[in-house]
Design a protein around this ligand. Structure first.
Ligand SMILES: NC(=O)c1ccc[n+]([C@@H]2O[C@H](COP(=O)([O-])OP(=O)(O)OC[C@H]3O[C@@H](n4cnc5c(N)ncnc54)[C@H](OP(=O)(O)O)[C@@H]3O)[C@@H](O)[C@H]2O)c1
Ligand SMILES: [Zn+2]
Length: 334
């Protein structure tokens, strides 16, 4: 099969012909129809995630059909349309895994990082990491929902926001453009925060009632003029950018970080305590959370705006994402 590998930390994408994988016990072999390019794939390209073994095929926004199942697979059948996201499998024993928090467990896996992912014609994944895809969504539309979508949908729905609340989304990229749509569909007063006016019209099309260009105005002051945010969901992977919105929180406001950066964010207790404000983070979720995300998307007519590229053009496709050119998610089609 054809696959796009990263062969060493910092390496380019190399197109290779390798053996089609065979599903082991509890695994499902997926014939890939679409795979989104997530900013977190930079972890594989740059070698910045702990423990990556090379060569590695990235890709954790995967939709395809079940080609074959291994022993003991009861949930999935050949021909079924399924997907796999960032969460690539877990143990059923340790406390974090039983709670659906996948850290500090050697059996908690990330697809496209712990094992080969969806920048390929086929991939295998454990059955507990697989989600069913609703008929209403095409494979290319559904793929970005398996990481970008689930992350922001799950973060928003577990954040405590209520209809009518002022919700700001910082960074209008793959995650951000879905977060804006979900927040609007959940009944929020929704603000898009972006670094330029280049996405202003698109943010309005996605339903945002307000747009803040951080190149023109201070985002915290602008949010305070709107009454102060109940929630600021930060998807821009930059510590200074995140720091610049903290003072935009209103009473009981929460800064919810999903951008995966090691950059420090500066915030003092006095910025938070008088207004009972908080700072927190959110990882993506389980395969069931993916199914919830897909169902909500189908129900509300939410879909990502995508640009499709053949697998052979992976380098160009990745460049679109990493250089902030994509509107808004690049999807590879093997
Ligand atoms: N928590 C999780 O489970 C999870 C899941 C998936 C991804 N992530 C992480 O979430 C982040 C976003 O991923 P993505 O796929 O949405 O990325 P993306 O498509 O590249 O979008 C990121 C957006 O952030 C803004 N941005 C980028 N660099 C910036 C900078 N230096 N300063 C200010 N703003 C900047 C840009 O928006 P504007 O043009 O609007 O300014 C850009 O479009 C990444 O860090 C990724 O690793 C986390
Ligand atoms: Zn991702």
């Amino acid at each position: 099969m054809k696959a796009a590998q990263i062969q060493e930390k910092g390496g380019d994408f190399i197109l290779v012909d390798i053996d089609k994988p065979t599903p082991q016990e509890n695994e499902v072999l997926i014939k890939v129809e679409a795979c989104g390019i997530c900013h977190s794939d930079a972890f594989v390209k740059d070698g910045t995630f702990p423990g990556i073994e090379y060569p590695r095929v990235p890709g954790h926004e995967v939709v395809g059909t079940v080609e074959k199942v291994g022993n003991n697979v009861s949930l999935w059948k050949e021909g079924q349309r399924v997907g796999v996201g960032w969460h690539g499998g877990h143990c059923f024993i340790c406390e974090p895994c039983r709670r659906g928090i996948f850290i500090n467990c050697e059996n908690a896996k990330v697809s496209g990082i712990s094992y080969d992912g969806g920048y390929a014609e086929y991939m295998c994944a454990p059955q507990e990491a697989i989600a069913a895809i609703p008929e209403e969504l095409s494979s290319a539309e559904a793929a970005p929902l398996l990481c970008a979508g689930i992350t922001v949908y799950n973060a928003l729905r577990n954040s405590g926001i209520r209809p009518g609340d002022l919700v700001a989304v910082q960074g209008i990229g793959g995650l951000g453009h879905l977060a804006v749509q979900y927040a609007v569909k959940m009944g929020m007063r929704t603000v898009a925060i972006s670094t330029s006016d280049s996405k202003k019209d698109l943010a309005r099309e996605l339903g945002a009632q307000h747009f803040i260009n951080t190149g023109n105005e201070d985002p915290s002051e602008a949010l305070q003029k709107l009454g102060g945010a109940k929630l600021i969901l930060t998807t821009a992977p930059n510590g200074d950018a995140i720091t610049s919105v903290v003072n935009g929180l209103g009473l009981d406001g929460k800064l919810l970080m999903v951008a995966a950066t090691m950059d420090p964010v500066e915030v003092s207790p006095m910025q938070l305590l008088m207004g009972r404000k908080s700072v927190s983070g959110w990882p993506s979720g389980t395969a069931k959370d993916s199914e919830d995300t897909l169902q909500f998307s189908a129900l509300t007519g939410t879909a990502p705006m995508i640009e499709e590229y053949p697998l052979e053009e992976v380098e160009k496709a990745y460049e679109r994402m990493i250089n902030n050119k994509a509107r808004f998610r690049v999807v590879l089609k093997p």
